[in-house]
Design a protein around this ligand. Sequence first.
Ligand code: GLN
Length: 539
Amino acid sequence: MAKYIFVTGGVTSSLGKGIIAASLAKLLQARGFSVTIQKFDPYINVDPGTLNPYEHGECYVTDDGAETDLDLGHYERFLNKPTSQANNVTTGRIYQTVINKERAGDFLGKTVQVIPHITDEIKRRMKLLSEFGYEIIITELGGTVGDIESLPYLEALRQLRNEFDRDQCLTIHLTLIPYLAAAKELKTKPSQHSVKELLEAGIQPDILVCRTEKTLNEELRSKLALFCNLRYENVIEAMDADTIYDVPLMMLKEKLDIRVMELLNIKSKQDPDLKTWKDFLGHLKNPSEEITIGLVGKYNELQDAYKSIYEAFVHAGATNECKVKIKAIHAEDIEEEKDLSKVFADLDGLLVAPGFGERGIEGKINAVKYVREHELPFFGICLGMQCAVVEFARNVLKLKNASSTEVNPKTEHPIIDMMSEQRKIKNKGGTMRLGAYACELKKDSKAYEAYKDEIISERHRHRYELNNEYIDPLTKKGMLISGTNPDKNLVEIIEIPKHPWFVGVQFHPELKSTVERPHPLFVGFVKAAIKYKNMRAKL
Ligand code: GLN
């Protein structure tokens, strides 16, 4: 029977519940348990797919094509195991299921209510992953205790705690211990109040994890234990970290995994095997090189909008023992820029980011033109790849008005066009080309050099694609189609073999980069950027 760990959050949002959950999962995995993590989000959207990145950061896509919360990216990066639709549930999805059942007459004339119908559906989903044979299921409850929208989840949790044996589940409450600079003191009161709030919902947390910028002394830990009805050793300190990848080792030091095993009455299967993790941290913290990559995007104000790209650079940087500095460049700021040499002067490589809609497109195309002509390593992802093809069509094939029909539906040269199966779709949610598809690589290519494999699988999230009618002219003028989908003959990777490193991909490689498996294309791109930098230094 699976054991369940629930993670709630108090005092404020953005305390890093996802990182704490992923770190604990990592430690339990390192001790030999099969672990998974799921997240329940209290908003009414059925999934985050329809949300603007400014609202919610990046939308993370799983192999099975679910559009999910970006915390699932952390789960995969930490555990090196794929997640699926079942790992992310929203209030919208819960209500949708219950309402569909009501319409089907499944409630046999009963009044459908939050308790028990919504809470029953929440509980059913909380237990769903046990069917896959996991020994430990960690559930992160989104939102902050005290929010109106979190109430049904806390109620479901209260009920479950009564249904389970005492050692079958536990609750970890993540809270903030603010430091008041004027008083030079850490304050426990907000945490006391947030635990009271949980108690009002009928839940006594078993472990308190305390985010803090200063270390918690014995007195403070005792005070928290006393006021929050906890054993002293179940008060865990979570200091601000230099990198999220430090957190598993910090939790190991605080013995969070041991406290969890005690409470769940389970024995470690082995000493924690964290060798790969520690090696990665060693490389990450002792780089021998440093490069700067320009990231041309339009959601740059919010780093979370490109979360997986930033993390993929951390992994690929560590592999190359190189610190990768990202310089965010607003696509709109460089639309009119005739001479990009100043803006790009400190760059060793350029990535053009994924995106939707017209805003910033011309800036992205302008950026590609510069890096193509100046042999700066280039990596285009999804819309970034589409911009690279449009740029090539306009400036190399001399098709002046070439465009994507997403931007200009009436363009003379629809070099990027909507996929035929997309044309009839009206609904926005969950209807793009989503999830993992196979891609066949050409042997003599940068892509093959990176993957060292002929058939790869990558995740997609788009409606438009390269128009096959232009393959001939493109290849005649020096573009290589190095990856295609074998079933539908869709172009998935383009390259310019004459350029030192110019690769555009229709899929999202960043979603599959993990600590243990840095993504080969990011590794290759960073390598090319290091080479470019060293070459430049010699000039
Ligand atoms: N807007 C483009 C499309 O739908 C690219 C999407 C993306 O970059 N994820 O095809």
